[in-house]
Design a protein around this ligand. Structure first.
Ligand code: CAA
Length: 381
């Protein structure tokens, strides 16, 4: 057992931290206020190797590994969670194509994701009536000659309006629940693939979320990822990895909040002394750093297992569950430490709190993570 990071991992962490401090942190409030997707920053991140961190060099990836990816995600999230979620989904999409795409799809799309030629990728699984239960999706894909014809709609799709390539799921066999789902690749602007409404969100406002409408969207047969009926497993495997990204993000937002509040507490004078000298504040600081460290270690353990090619479904769900719940508690306490100032837009605590909220919801709610963990422990699946 070795808790030390390698020199390469430390270098990646430092590179991401330096970038985040210089390029993202000063703009995060403006990104939140305007809701404008930080496209130039995404391009710069791709150039630094952050958009294909588990992708082989032959497709333009940086091959930094899963632990480095987790460390970088945490650093980016400390500065701007909206940018971080784009990074997370884009890495997930690159990995899906790398694992399940044919050679043509890999060489057509992955280098463009890694280089930043595509601003980002998107993962179109959720539907308005199929969120926690994606197996109940209604979108359909019918094979006609050499093409699949897709019809249906998707909801809450992160980055859909900017994505160069999207993975989209639809049923090739309506009668077959999970086993009837297939996954496809769709390029930006494909006829019949319409990016619809831009949702107004509580947090992570610089990360656009759209609906998608598919109207007789005709895709060549080669757009299929894996085999017909593999789609559900592809989604689940991708989400295992995605949950490492969201857990790493939650750790980053929580750290940003408590580090800010701790500095504040050292300088805020009440009753003739810094509020950090009061035990009530000290306990908030102690509990928050302790729980975030535990969350960080859980997420890094899942990252380590994935990097070693071992099963990590349970560990990724544990990491995501614990990190997301912890970070929300930490944001609550950190905002409380600032009192009335915590509630004001002039300070970043209200943004951290809003940005953090969704980490217990997307890529599987906390309730779904508990379901996955319990099934794994009880051997129910
Ligand atoms: N890896 C590989 N295969 C898996 C798997 C995994 N982690 N989990 C399940 N499977 C397989 C099962 O083994 C099973 O295969 P067999 O039939 O061959 O045995 C098949 O998939 C079906 O599994 P289940 O019967 O367990 O499926 P289920 O319908 O009961 O659902 C679930 C399981 C865990 C609840 C799943 O539906 C789930 O994870 N739901 C949450 C969905 C989610 O996370 N959505 C996020 C949307 S994307 C997003 O949020 C991105 C963003 O915005 C940032």
């Amino acid at each position: 057992m070795d808790f030390h990071l390698t020199e390469e991992q430390k270098m990646t962490q430092k590179m991401a931290r330096d970038f985040a401090e210089k390029e993202l942190k000063p703009r995060a409030a403006e990104i939140d206020a305007t809701g404008i997707h930080p496209l130039p920053a995404l391009k710069a991140m791709a150039e630094l190797g952050m958009m294909g961190m588990n992708i082989p060099a032959e497709y333009g990836g940086s091959q930094a590994g899963v632990v480095s990816y987790s460390l970088a995600m945490t650093e980016i999230s400390k500065a701007c969670a909206a940018t971080a979620v784009t990074m997370s989904v884009t890495n997930m999409v690159a990995e899906v194509i790398n694992a399940f795409g044919n050679e043509e799809a890999k060489s057509a799309h992955i280098p463009k994701i890694c280089s930043g030629e595509y601003s980002c990728g998107a993962f179109a699984l959720t539907e308005s009536t199929a969120g926690s239960d994606p197996a109940s999706m209604k979108s359909s894909a019918k094979l006609k000659g050499d093409h699949y014809v897709l019809n249906g709609s998707k909801t809450f799709i992160t980055s859909a309006e900017h994505a160069g390539v999207l993975v989209v799921w639809a049923k090739t066999d309506k009668a077959a629940a999970a086993k009837g789902i297939s996954a496809f690749l769709v390029g930006k602007g494909h006829p019949g693939f319409i990016v619809g409404r831009h949702e107004e969100k509580m947090g992570q406002r610089g990360s656009p979320v759209n609906e998608i409408i598919m109207e007789n969207c005709c895709l060549p047969r080669g757009s299929l990822l894996g085999q017909e009926g593999d789609g559900f497993k592809i989604a689940m495997m991708a989400l295992d990895g995605g949950r490492i990204g969201i857990g790493s993000m939650a750790v980053g937002i929580g750290l940003a909040a408590i580090e800010y509040a701790t500095e504040y507490a050292k300088n805020r004078i009440q009753f003739d002394q810094p509020i950090a000298s009061f035990q009530a504040i000290q306990w908030m600081i102690a509990d928050s750093f302790t729980e975030l460290e535990a969350a960080r270690l859980l997420v890094l353990r899942a990252s380590f297992l994935k990097e070693k090619g071992q099963r990590f479904t349970r560990e990724a769900s544990m990491g995501k569950l614990f990190a997301a719940e912890t970070a929300n508690r930490v944001c609550y306490k950190a905002l409380q430490m600032l009192g009335g100032y915590g509630y004001m837009k002039e300070y970043p605590l209200e943004r951290y709190t809003r940005d953090c909220r969704v980490t217990t919801i997307y890529e599987g709610t906390s309730e779904i993570q508990r379901l996955v963990i319990a099934r794994e422990i009880l051997g129910l699946k």
